[in-house]
Each structure stands twice: as structure tokens, then as C-alpha cells.
Design a protein around this ligand. Sequence first.
Ligand code: ZN
Length: 221
Amino acid sequence: MLEALKEEVCAQNHELPNNGLVVGSGGNVSGRDPETGLVVIKPSGVKFAKLTPETMVVVDPDGAVIEGEMRPSVDTGIHLYIYKQRADVFGITHTHSPYASSFAARGERIPAVLTPITHMLGRDIPCSRYATPGEVDTGQAIIDAADGGWAVLVKAHGVFTMGASASEATSFAMYLEEAAMTTHLAMTRGPVEELSDQEIDRCYNWFRKNYGQAGEKKVNS
Ligand SMILES: [Zn+2]
């Protein structure tokens, strides 16, 4: 079941180590099927190199395993909480990517100082309150901090991005790490100037309208 979604979610999980966003088996990507509401997610504790579409786990919105030989990611409860709260989210990506997580370690947001990431996310990247690593508490902290947006740092933990698909959420995670690195480097040389709210809105609206090919999903280049 959900073969195309399993292939997409598997391929997006492979993007995490391929782009230096994770080490070992940390981090995960999931996708939600719009028709059934079922969620496809990475199995728990399996090295990325070993992931195939067949190893992906299918769970229902309450976390019951519908298909799959292995246990789902330990972060499944967080993903399911976000999906329940956000009808517009169909993909979630979680990483501990180092530059973005260095902001999370300090409980700091990443300011909106670069247009490429602002085009995609339309705001700064907020940092949530500290949340107990586990299920609902972290999910609640993400929903609160996101305030309808697509990316959050969880204080003392790492990055959660959301998108209209698993591919979009993973693209956001990649570009967010690049932006975090560049912003960090800039901040070591002095204060940085944040884009105005007006320019942030203009960037976001322009990008949503113009990026990519007609009829193609945005961002998933
Ligand atoms: Zn984590």
C-alpha cells in the first residue's frame, strides 16, 4: 500500500545523510497520504544506508502500525501530533543539522537576514521553548512556536520542518541549514541587519508565485 509515498519518504530520508544533515540513524522524514490520512515514516534506529521503500512503516493517525516489519521512529508521536494540528502539512523532516542546532542549543531563533530562505519560509526561524524529548510535549512546542509557519528549532534539540510534501519539508531542512551556517558566519563578524516585515512578505509572495515550472510543486527542485 501507498507505494509511491513509501518511495518518496524513503528517498527523502536518504537526502538527510547525503546533505550532511544527520549522522548515524538520527533524524527522520515522514509523509501523510492526503486520501487515507495514513502516515509513512522511517523505522526506528535503522541506519539510513539500509533504508528501502519496503522498510518504511505505515501508521494510522493514532500511531497503530498498519504495515511494516519494524517499529516506527521514536519521534512518530511528534509527527502525528503535528499532522493532527496542521491540516496543511503533508510532510515533516527532523534533523540535528549542526549550524541550525547551534542556534537551538542557545535557545535562539535564526533571524531573517537572507532572502533565499526568506523566500521559502516567509519569516525568521523561531526557536521553541524547551520540550521534553518524547512525544506530545515536543509536538506542542513545535506547533506553538511555528504559529502557522513551516520551520521551527526546538530548544536544546534540533530542527523540524513541515511542508506540503515530504520532499518540500526536506528541501526546507536543507536550505535552512545553509542559511543557518551563513547567518552564523555573518554574526561572527558583527551585527546583522534583519529584513523588514514588508520585504519578508514581498519575498515570500514573489517566490510562491514565480519559482519553478508551471504546474510543478514549488520548491521541490
Ligand atoms: Zn531529534
